[in-house]
Structures are given as C-alpha cells and as structure tokens.
Write a new protein. Structure first.
Length: 477
C-alpha cells in the first residue's frame, strides 16, 4: 500500500477490540458500500448492547468478503460533510461471505434467532418483468430453477447465483428446520421493493416446490422501504486518507454523506433492532415517501448523469453547477411535485436539502456510477412521472427529457454490447433499428404502453434535439 506509514496497524479485532461481538441475527445479501453506510450503520447505532450481528454475503464483488473477513468485519465509515470528515468504526458486521456460499446461507437461515434477511443487490438483480413477475424467460432465472431444484434434492452444487434462487434455497432450509418465519427487507431503489422481492421469491418457489411457495406466503414478511444515503464507491485515495487520519490500515473504508434516511413499512414476526433509535421511521404507507425519493433524488441523479456526461462533467456537483443541467433538474422536480400532493412531504424543504446534498463537492459522486443499469433505474425513476403527467393531461416534457438523455447516452456508447446494463443486448438490438423505430424500441425496454404512444415518442425525440442543441452536438439517434 503506497504511503503506508510505519505507525499504522491493521484494523481488526486486535487493534479495535469490540465490547462484544453480536450473534448473527441479520443475514444480508449484497455487501456493497451502500449497505455498510446504511443498514449496517443504523444497526450499529441502534444496538449498543450488541445483540444484532450481520452476516453479509457479497453480490457482484466476491473479493469484498476476503477483505472484510481479514478485518473481522470491521471498517471505517467516513461521514463527509461540506466542512470536514468524521471517522467511526462500524461493529455490526460480524461475518462476511462470498455470495456463492449458499450452504452457509442455508445454515444461517435455519437458525431460529435469525430474524431478518436484508438486500442491497441493485435494481436489475430482482429479475422481474415490467408487470412485476419473476422473469422466467431470463437464462439466469431458468438456470437457477434447475440449481435450486437440485439444492432441494440434496445436491450442494452448483449453487444458485441469483437473489431469488439463493433466497428460496435459504428459505427452504428454514422451513425444513421448522423455526418459524422472518422478514425480508429490500433496501434497493425500487417502487414497492418489498412486494417486488416477494413476487420474485414466490415466482422462484412456485417453479421448484409449490408447497414451499405456500409456506413462504404464510410465514415470510416482505417489508417495503425507502432508503437514502449518498455513498459513492470507495477509491484508493479514501483508503489512504483513512490511514492518515486514524493510523489504522483499513483496506475497505466507506465514504458517505452525513444525511441519512430510512422509512419502512411491514411486519417483523421474529423481531428487529430498534432502528428507530437511530432515526429510522416506521409508517403504514410507504408510497408517498418512496415516490418522493425516487422521483426527486434518484430521477435528478439520472438526469444529471446522462446530461452531465454528455456535457463533459464527471461528478454530480460539477453537473449541478452547469446552469442548463440545474434548470432541467428544477423542471423535473416541478413535474414530480405536481404529482405528489401530500403536504406532509414538505417538498420545498426536501428540494432545498437536495440542492445542498448534490452540491457537496467533497463527495466525488461519479456520474458514470449513477449512469449504470439505466433500464431498471428509469423504470422506477422516470416512467411513473411521465405516465402520471400524461394521465393528468400534461405533456411530461421534463421526464421525457430524462428518457431522451438516457437514449442519447446509450446511443453514444462505442460498444453498446458492453454497456453496464443487464439489458445491454436488447439495447444494442434496439440501437440497430433506424430512425424513429430506434426510439420506439428503446422506450419499449422501459414501458411498452409509452412506446405505443406516438405523441410520447415525438416528445422524446424533440427533447433529444433540444439536448443536442444545448450541448452544441449532433444527434446520433
Ligand atoms: C443513485 C443512488 O447510483 C444511483 O443510481 O441515484 O445510488 C443514490 O445515490 C442513492 O439512492 C441515495 O440514497
């Protein structure tokens, strides 16, 4: 490690003895930075008695388990405000595993004290169709149906590789152990994320064992949540900075903003940490909160990403400082606000906070990271606003601009077959179509009803011309 000072010692249980190591009661899928800045932070803060340990399984990056395992699950959370950094060692993560270790997942879920399975697996990993059913047409899903069936028949390998596959294999072990239900808590940016998880899991269970499906329907609670904390990927510079500041050599710190929010709706039949002590809010109806978050924060992020990259910007703060991008964000927020009528949402305040959060230039939130997985993200962030506007008899021009910016972004890719998007092959096929047909086919990846509407297609093409005129570039579509 470059610049490692002589005094720095490795961060682990020896250099940072915990008052007590919590027993595993939460199993998490998707060991990324966001989880470590969010649910793991809330749990650490809400559970001073150390009764709720998290065993986390990796998703896209299996090496994260090795790095964190070597540190006994400990890591530094850097809270980066506009004026400075705060460092804190998080203790709630007590086990880190490769996501492919489904045998360990099954072992843990069969324990009565395990009460929660939480998820941060990214939007496309739910593998549901636009109408909300398990996408059995996807090769990943059909391979996993076969794999889960063999796990249920007693064959340990090959292990399932998808979330629905792994979770159903784990829940089958819990049913067989007869230790009662638990809660599944999705923490991804999807509308009704708990219900989407439920559909994916029930769909998989139905394919492999209809009795298991009935058991899951009876015993497992799927909790809807709205999650928020801006957390870019960790860089080598962050590792260096933590070492300089703490004299601890932490190979996997997480940098996040001071702001955090977590709204949950659902049941916890086997118990939960008192997350409300750390500021989480439990509500009966998640919808207004999730809409505010997805349509204001996340939609603006995607707009800044696609329009900002096209205009040569690298980070959210840089794009927001561009007067055109900032105006487009405000117009998008005006449309979303017109669809969010509940005064309790306090949208003026929410928007003011977002402007400050996005402008925090000390958080280098890279637009290329936000630009990933556009199809799954825009389905939740742009489509409902555009549909809502059309249903209200308005044009939806600002939401259409966001979709146009995404289309221009994918059309500008040197090799669409390499795009960081689960639907890259379909995008590449759509881009091969000529003229307007291209717009229709790209739009159909987001929403088929909108793609059938000639006025919407024309509106998106007009917005694309406007984006190019503003950037002084030629359209490629
Ligand atoms: C971002 C989110 O990458 C993205 O798509 O919009 O990760 C965003 O930073 C979080 O939802 C903030 O809570």
């Amino acid at each position: 490690m470059t610049g490692r000072t002589a005094e720095a010692v490795a961060l682990d249980a020896a250099s940072h003895p915990r008052s007590r190591t919590a027993p595993v009661r939460i199993v998490h899928l998707g060991l990324g930075a966001f989880h470590r800045a969010h649910l793991a932070w809330y749990t650490d803060r809400a559970d001073p008695a150390r009764e709720w340990g998290i065993a986390a399984f990796t998703g896209r990056r299996p090496d994260a388990a090795l790095v964190l395992g070597a540190q006994d699950g400990l890591y530094t959370l850097v809270e980066r405000g506009p004026d400075g950094d705060r460092f804190e060692v998080i203790e709630s993560l007590v086990e880190a595993r490769d996501g492919a270790d489904v045998a360990r997942l099954r072992e843990l879920l069969a324990r009565p004290e395990v009460a929660i399975v939480s998820l941060t697996i990214t939007e496309p990993a739910y593998l549901v169709t636009a109408d909300g059913r398990l996408d059995t047409g996807s090769p990943e899903v059909s391979d996993d149906i076969a794999r889960v069936s063999s796990v249920l028949a007693g064959d340990a390998s090959p292990a399932p590789s998808t979330m629905p596959g792994r979770l159903v294999a784990g829940l089958a072990a819990r049913r067989d152990a007869d230790v009662g239900g638990l809660s599944v808590v999705s923490c991804d940016n999807l509308s009704r994320n708990g219900q989407v998880t439920r559909a994916a899991v029930l769909g998989m269970a139905e394919e492999v064992d209809p009795d298991l499906r009935a058991w899951i329907e009876r015993e497992i609670a799927f909790v809807d949540t709205s999650v928020d904390r801006i957390t870019p990927r960790t860089t080598d510079d962050d590792v260096e900075l933590v070492q300089q500041a703490t004299q601890l050599h932490d190979r996997s710190p997480v940098v996040t903003e001071p702001f955090r929010s977590w709204v949950l709706a659902g049941e916890f039949p086997a118990g939960r940490p008192s997350w409300e002590d750390a500021g989480a809010v439990f509500v009966d109806d998640i919808e207004p909160f999730e809409r505010r978050k997805l349509w204001l924060l996340n939609a603006a992020h995607s707009l800044l990403a696609y329009s900002g990259i096209a205009r040569g910007h690298a980070t959210v703060a840089e794009a927001l400082a561009d007067a055109d991008c900032a105006r487009w964000v405000e117009e998008l927020w005006d449309e979303a606000a017109g669809l969010l009528r509940d005064p309790a949402l306090d949208l003026d305040r929410y928007r003011a906070d977002l402007r400050d959060r996005f402008a925090n230039a000390r958080i280098a939130h890279h637009l290329t990271q936000i630009a990933e997985d556009g199809t799954a993200k825009l389905r939740a962030r742009a489509v409902p606003v555009l549909r809502g506007e059309r249903e209200a008899g308005r044009s939806g021009a600002a939401a259409a601009r966001l979709i146009a910016a995404w289309m221009d972004h994918v059309a500008g890719s040197a090799d669409p077959a390499q795009l960081p998007d689960a639907r890259r092959d379909d995008i590449a096929d759509a881009l091969a179509a000529p003229g307007e047909e291209r717009t229709v086919r790209l739009l159909a990846l987001l929403d088929t009803a909108l793609a059938d509407d000639a006025e919407v297609v024309a509106l998106i093409e007009e917005r694309s011309r406007e984006l190019h005129a503003a950037a002084g570039t030629e359209g490629t579509r």
